[in-house]
Design a protein around this ligand. Structure first.
Ligand code: G3H
Ligand code: 13P
Ligand code: ZN
Length: 304
C-alpha cells in the first residue's frame, strides 16, 4: 500500500534525514527514479503536478506508482504537487493518491487558511495527508509567476498549521523553481528555518531544491543547450537545511536536465538508431545518476 507523506516524513524526522520527492511525467522518468531508490533502499515520494496529469493522464500516473510499489516493495507515496484546482484535488483523493498539496501561497493569509482547511477536511476523510504552503518562492510555479521571494514568517507558520491542520508545510527560505535560482552565491536562510522548526511541529518541505550540477551543465552546454546562467542550490546548503529540519526535498529541474542531456547526446552522436527504446535509455541512465547523488545528499539511503 502507498504510504502518506506524513508517515514518510515523520520517520525521516525521527532519524535525521529527508525524503526525496521527484516529479514524474512519464514511464521513463518513473522507472529511472524507482530503479535507483530501490537499489539504494531509499523511501521516495513520486509527485505529479497538474501539468503532469494533463500530459500523462491521472490514471496512468497512479498505475505507474502503484505498480512500482507492488514490484519493488519500497516505501512510496504518490503526491499531488502544487494542487490548485479543486476538481483535480478531489479526483486525486478519490482515485488513489496518498498525499495532496494545496498551494495557496499566493493568496491572502486568510484565503490560504480557508482553502487549505477545505482540502484537509476532504483528504483526512480518506486517510490522505495534506501539504500546505506559506511564503512565496520567486520564479514560475505552473500558472503562477512571482518576481520576488516572500520568506515564511515563523509566527505565521505556527498560526497557519494550527488553523488548517495540515500534515506537512512547504516554506520559503530562498529557493526558487527552475534552473535559474541565484545570480550570486547559493544561500538559504537557515536561521529562519531553525526558528520555524522550533515553533512548528509539522514536518517541513523544501521546494525548488534542484542543484543544477556543474558537470551536467557543462555537458549540456556541449550539446548546444543555452543554459549558461543556470545555477541551483548547492549540496552544502541542502545538507544544512536537512540538518535544520527539512524532511522532504523537491526535485524536478535536475531530472529534466539529466533527461535532456541523455537524449541530446545520444541523438547528436548517433545517426543509425531510431528505436525509441534505444533513444530513451541514455536519458534514463542520466536520471539514475542524478537520483543517486540526491539520495546520498539527503541521507535517505539504507532506510528500510
Ligand atoms: O514546481 C513545479 C514543478 O517543477 C512542476 O512543474 O508544472 O511544469 O510540471 P510543471
Ligand atoms: P526544482 O525546479 O528546483 O526542481 O523544484 C521542483 C519543485 O519544487 C517541485 O514542486
Ligand atoms: Zn514546488
Amino acid at each position: 500500500m502507498l504510504k502518506t507523506n506524513l508517515f514518510l516524513q515523520k520517520n525521516a524526522k525521527a532519524k535525521g534525514y529527508a525524503v526525496p520527492a521527484f516529479n514524474i511525467n512519464n514511464l521513463e522518468i518513473t522507472k529511472a527514479v524507482i530503479n535507483t531508490a530501490s537499489k539504494m533502499k531509499s523511501p521516495v515520494i513520486l509527485q505529479t503536478s497538474e501539468g503532469a496529469i494533463k500530459y500523462a493522464g491521472m490514471k496512468n500516473l497512479i498505475s505507474l506508482a502503484k505498480n512500482a510499489e507492488d514490484e519493488n516493495r519500497i516505501p512510496l507515496s504518490l503526491h499531488l504537487d502544487h494542487g490548485q484546482d479543486f476538481d483535480v484535488i478531489r479526483k486525486c483523493i478519490k482515485l488513489g493518491y496518498s498525499s495532496v498539496m494545496f498551494d495557496g501561497s499566493h493568496m491572502e493569509f486568510k484565503d490560504n487558511v480557508k482553502n487549505t482547511k477545505k482540502v484537509v477536511n476532504l483528504a483526512h476523510k480518506k486517510g490522505i495527508s495534506v501539504e500546505g504552503e506559506l511564503g512565496v518562492l520567486a520564479g514560475i510555479e505552473e500558472n503562477i509567476k512571482s518576481k520576488n521571494h516572500i520568506y515564511t514568517d515563523p509566527d505565521q507558520a505556527k498560526e497557519f498549521t494550527l488553523k488548517t491542520g495540515v500534515d506537512t508545510l512547504a516554506i520559503a527560505i530562498g529557493t526558487s523553481h527552475g534552473a535559474y535560482k541565484f545570480s550570486g552565491e547559493s544561500k538559504l536562510d537557515i536561521k529562519r528555518l531553525k526558528e520555524i522548526e522550533k515553533k512548528v511541529k509539522t514536518p517541513l518541505v523544501l521546494h525548488g531544491a534542484s542543484g543544477v550540477p556543474e558537470e551536467l551543465k557543462k555537458k549540456l552546454l556541449g550539446t548546444g543547450l543555452n543554459i549558461g546562467k543556470a545555477k541551483g542550490v548547492s549540496d552544502q546548503e541542502i545538507r544544512k537545511a536537512v540538518k535544520a529540519g527539512i524532511t522532504k526535498v523537491n526535485i524536478d529541474t535536475d531530472l529534466r536536465l539529466a533527461f535532456t542531456y541523455g537524449l541530446r547526446n545520444f541523438i547528436k552522436k548517433n545517426n543509425e538508431d531510431f528505436d525509441p527504446r534505444k533513444i530513451m535509455k541514455p536519458a534514463m541512465d542520466e536520471i539514475e545518476k542524478v537520483v543517486e547523488a540526491k539520495i546520498k545528499v539527503l541521507g535517505s539511503n539504507r532506510r528500510y
